[in-house]
Design a protein around this ligand. Structure first.
Ligand SMILES: Cc1cc2nc3c(=O)[nH]c(=O)nc-3n(C[C@H](O)[C@H](O)[C@H](O)COP(=O)(O)O)c2cc1C
Ligand code: SF4
Length: 452
């Protein structure tokens, strides 16, 4: 059952669909269009009240995992024993995802207002915006917007808009590693170290940046906050579905006529996202869609009716989840073996190497897929890929972070949903090839099968 009452843009209210009408809203423009009113309202609320309002709204994290934002804030200790931190996750390196960039391109103060309110709720002293290294322009935009916010008394030691809360805010630029988007890898990188994810517990709310209580939130999550404070939890819940309320940015790319970032509510169907939001299929009929960045897996040919929320994509769609709702749409001419090879090659390259199943598994998978694409695939290769994907990930309990799950879910969903195509590339009986000499020197893998 859906509530479905999205009538006007929320997060994109200052960013029109028509590129010719878009402009960057600096401080004066932002204030002239109602900006920072929610912060003023929040300054009159107790921290607990802000947290409760966000819990009641049902806001779930837009960075991929879909965890309740308000609940996450409530884990920060009430009694302060030192500084609290907010780490804003603007790493946005998941292939297919470009929604956060769009927000910073045109409306940076919306994010800064969300940061200020989240900091009031969690007694935060310093907010770091951890931004993807390649986002040069967006880092500059944010630095200028932060300078404006300091000038107007939002950040700084004089107290937020003259109040008691004091917040410093900095941009921290990443160096271009996908793993630094994983929240604990991000914290390590923020501390100046190699971006190696940490074992949990302790969770960041207890021991995060510099060992102190830290909230980590995605850019879009924080941009929702001023609107929730302004218009209330009930309004927020009037959009989306009961378990996935609110507006959502959909990043549409691939074989669609009008790729771009579109806002609608959570729970629209994939069919609607393709045909109504992004102008329909380009170059051929629909074949599949990577649904939320490549780590979520792929929605198959008969799944256009799947609702894009945190549950339907998972339970009926058979994917890991909605993720970031960065959709890569593929038409009938797409080679799905190649598509999976691209995904797996990415993971093999980005694995930080701490966990054997991820480091070795993704490398083996990439090699096997390369071999299949070179025309030397055999049916055992598919068995081996499916066996490998079952052995890797934080969900089966074999790795520190979820990067390995992304590799596993991409592999599982591509092979199972496009089995015939993979099977055709890997015949049961392959005629003896003249290019391959099988000899006793071949390596036998732990899987008991020869992978060259
Ligand atoms: C490998 C990996 C990469 C990730 N990259 C990002 C990212 O670029 N941006 C992001 O917001 N979350 C990313 N996440 C999710 C974060 O770990 C974390 O769940 C999120 O930032 C929490 O914010 P939210 O609750 O507001 O969604 C990634 C997770 C994994 C496992
Ligand atoms: S799962 Fe992969 S990326 Fe994550 S910590 Fe382990 S080796 Fe590194």
């Amino acid at each position: 059952m859906t509530t479905m009452a999205f009538t006007e843009p929320v997060l994109l209210k200052r960013i029109p669909n028509d590129p010719a009408r878009r402009k960057l809203y600096w401080y004066d423009d932002y204030v002239a269009t109602g900006g920072y009113e929610s912060l003023k309202k929040s300054l009159g609320m107790k921290a607990d009240e802000i947290v409760k309002t966000v819990i009641d709204s049902g806001l779930r994290g837009r960075g991929g995992a879909g965890f309740s934002a308000g609940q996450k804030w409530s884990f920060i200790p009430k009694e302060k024993k030192g500084p609290h931190y907010l780490a804003v996750n603007f790493d946005e390196s998941e292939p297919g995802t470009f929604k956060d960039r769009y927000l910073a391109d045109y409306d940076p103060h919306q994010l800064l207002e969300g940061i200020a309110i989240a900091s009031l709720a969690t007694q935060c002293d310093v907010a770091y915006i951890f931004i993807r290294g390649e986002y040069h322009r967006q880092a500059k935009v944010l630095e200028r917007a932060i300078a404006e916010a300091y000038q107007h008394g939002i950040f700084g030691q004089q107290g937020m808009l003259g109040g008691n809360a004091k917040l410093e805010c900095h941009v921290h630029r990443g160096a271009g590693a996908y793993i630094c988007g994983e929240e604990t890898g991000l914290l390590e990188a923020l501390e100046g170290k190699r971006g190696w994810p940490r074992n949990k517990p302790p969770f960041p709310a207890i021991a995060g940046a510099f060992g102190k209580p830290t909230v980590i939130n995605n850019v879009e999550t924080l941009c929702c906050v001023p609107h929730i404070i302004e218009r209330g939890p009930l309004w927020f819940k009037s959009m989306g579905t009961p378990s996935s309320p609110g507006p959502k940015l959909y990043g549409m790319s691939g074989h669609v006529n009008k790729p771009g970032v579109y806002e609608d509510e959570l729970g629209i169907t994939l069919d609607y996202a393709i045909n109504k939001l992004s102008g329909g299929m380009k170059g051929g009929r629909y074949k599949g869609a990577i649904c939320g960045g490549i780590s979520m897996g792929v929605l198959g040919p008969d799944q256009l009716d799947i609702r894009l929320d945190f549950d339907d994509v998972r339970f009926r769609g058979g994917c890991l989840g909605l993720g970031t709702a960065g959709m890569i749409v593929m038409n009938e001419h797409t080679n799905m073996v190649e598509a999976l090879r691209n995904c797996v090659r990415f993971y093999a390259h980005e694995s930080c190497g701490q966990c054997t199943p991820c480091r070795e598994g993704s490398g083996w998978m990439a090699k096997i897929l390369d071999r299949i694409l070179s025309g030397q695939g055999k049916r055992q290769d598919l068995d081996m890929l499916l066996e490998l994907e079952k052995t890797m990930g934080i969900m089966p309990g074999t790795t520190i972070c979820g990067l390995a799950d992304g590799t596993a879910w991409a592999t599982r969903t591509f092979i199972s949903k496009y089995w015939d195509e993979f099977a055709a590339a890997c015949p049961e009986e392959r005629p003896i090839s003249i290019s391959i000499k099988r000899g006793s020197h071949n390596v036998t893998t732990p899987m008991g099968s020869n992978t060259r």
